[in-house]
Design a protein around this ligand. Sequence first.
Ligand code: GH3
Ligand code: MG
Ligand code: MG
Ligand code: MG
Ligand code: MG
Length: 316
Amino acid sequence: YVIKHDKYVVNEIISTLLRLERNPSNKIVIVEDSKTSAKLLQILLEVHQYDVVHFTDPKEALDYVKYHQDVKMVITDYNMPGMDGCELTRRLRRIYSKQELAILGMSGAGQTIMAANFLKHGADDFIIKQSFLAEEFYLRINSYLDRLNTYQELATAASYDYLTNVSNRRHFFEVVEAMHESALRHNTPVTCAMIDIDKFKSVNDKYGHSVGDAVLREVAQLIKSSVRKSDIVARFGGEEFCMYMTGMSAENAEPYFEKLRQKISDAIIRAEEHSLKVTVSIGLCSKIEHDINHMIESADKSLYQAKETGRNRVIH
Ligand code: GH3
Ligand code: MG
Ligand code: MG
Ligand code: MG
Ligand code: MG
């Protein structure tokens, strides 16, 4: 019906569909001073739903890629004003590894010598302008993007806890060291918290392990939803979570964690055919120590005290 009535509308619909289908995680930057050559590549890529950004100036491209971590691939020409493609490749590689960004060098016919040059500077591959077959080009592009996505999936799987989707212990220490150093430098207050579900063994005993898992997920979610982006939550052991918060002073930590404790004890957790409630005990440490491990140990001691004095409470 539409085709019969308005060709313009059809084009609009098609381009809208293309935009909708475009995968934002497949962003490719083309750096090419020749507008015709760039246009050709852009069309080839956009037909296959790649999100393409074009720059004629390599310096602008460098800035863009530096601040847009969603760029997966850079395709760069060699001869360009201001900076050649190899230099651009070299500078990009100082910021992004091959696991984070794919780089394809490109130059005109008769410049195959450039291939080694590009590869030496950190490019993944090299193509000769206008002499490649479209199909081969797509296959290569796809294999690089697939590889990057696989790396990213592996990195995520290695950093997050499978059951609760919060950080695992390894990832926690990987990021917390730098956070702590920066907090010490800037004299920012920090708080470390150990949170442990009370009598969790009895939840498993009474309702079974899969309900126990659901409770763990729910508690993790309640904790996670109460933190800011600058905080980190990790699952340390079975039913034990550790939190590190910057900008959280001792005075603020008390009411903050009291609220979190209350929120968890109020929550009705539904799992399978059951509705249940759990409580947590929380140990805090806001006394700045140079070594983050000492703060965690101190929070752990407070947690132990919270358990000893009746559970479902916050001890500083
Ligand atoms: P307390 O108040 O002293 O902390 O008592 P608790 O029962 O919570 O502590 P305890 O350390 O005795 O038991 C922890 C239990 O957590 C034992 C274990 O079966 C359970 N657990 C650990 N990891 C998992 C998990 O991944 N899934 C489930 N369902 N249970 C788990
Ligand atoms: Mg050029
Ligand atoms: Mg215990
Ligand atoms: Mg427990
Ligand atoms: Mg425990």
